[in-house]
Design a protein around this ligand. Structure first.
Ligand code: PGA
Length: 261
């Protein structure tokens, strides 16, 4: 796991955009794993800015897989993750809607929605780079504390804490769905490169537990310690509880230029 201590959310967004662009330049039909929430927004804005300025790669052949989706929202709801990703990123990058996939929350197919999503990921050849945020309770995608470290895509019930965290996107707490479909921790571990981004003091404790604590279902993001290629981009506030912060800085400053992230 490589922890990269950066200054602020904008710098995190620039470096994360560099990582995504590098993958797409290397492989024009790359498979991108996308996350929702507030944390990836500076990254998405930067990717769109560069694309509009014609300095980014072409995304015409890229395919995208979302991490998760609410269950119970009307189709096309603006807070559905399918609509959010289209609005915040993929439409502006010129990625056709049929190249952007998410777990299918249609009520009559919920029983096998997870298995169908796993099959779709597999037939796409897996995810080249997966963007990840971290919840204030250590969740990864919608894998809340207690989630199996080997879990696959399935329906889950949100904790009260996560529903409160996400109420800002809805009219009120009552409007936040209780159920979601989410890639499992085992699903996420299959991606070839995991890019975790964390910004703000509200993430400091969860991030320290994930990176420096024991691997435990009590902190789902700690499962990242099992993956061979994880990059953690963190701003000063979110790095506030990391005991080895100075070491991460030394390593990053001394990183050979050829190595990349
Ligand atoms: P946030 O959410 O980026 O909105 O903080 C992250 C998450 O819940 O995984």
């Amino acid at each position: 796991m490589e922890v990269v201590p950066l200054t602020d959310a904008d710098e995190v967004g620039r470096i994360a955009a560099d990582v995504v662009e590098t993958v797409v330049r290397r492989r024009a039909d790359a498979v991108l794993g996308l996350a929702t929430g507030s944390t990836p927004l500076p990254t998405y804005r930067e990717l769109v800015r560069r694309h509009r300025a014609s300095v980014g790669p072409s995304y015409a052949r890229v395919r995208c897989f979302n991490l998760d989706e609410y269950v119970g929202l009307p189709a096309g709801h603006p807070q559905s993750y399918r609509a959010t990703i289209a609005r915040e990123l993929t439409d502006d990058l010129g990625i056709a809607p049929d190249r952007v996939h998410g777990p299918d929350p249609a009520p009559d197919g919920l029983a096998d929605a997870g298995a169908r999503y796993e099959a779709a990921l597999e037939s796409a050849g897996g995810v080249d780079v997966q963007l990840l945020g971290i919840g204030s309770d250590g969740h990864l995608a919608f894998n809340e504390p207690g989630s199996s470290l080997g879990s696959l895509t399935r329906i889950k019930t949100l904790t009260e804490q996560t529903r409160r965290d996400n109420a800002r996107f809805f009219g009120s707490l009552d409007d936040v769905p209780r159920h979601v479909l989410t890639q499992g921790l085992g699903t996420i571990l299959r991606a070839r490169h995991l890019l975790l981004i964390a910004t703000g003091a509200g993430k400091a404790e969860a991030l320290a537990a994930a990176v420096e604590g024991p691997v435990s279902a009590s902190c789902p993001a700690s499962v990242l310690q099992h993956h061979p290629h994880v990059t953690v981009l963190v701003d000063e506030a979110a790095a506030g509880r990391l005991e080895r912060r100075d070491h991460y800085r030394e390593v990053y400053d001394a990183k050979p230029a050829w190595q990349g992230l």
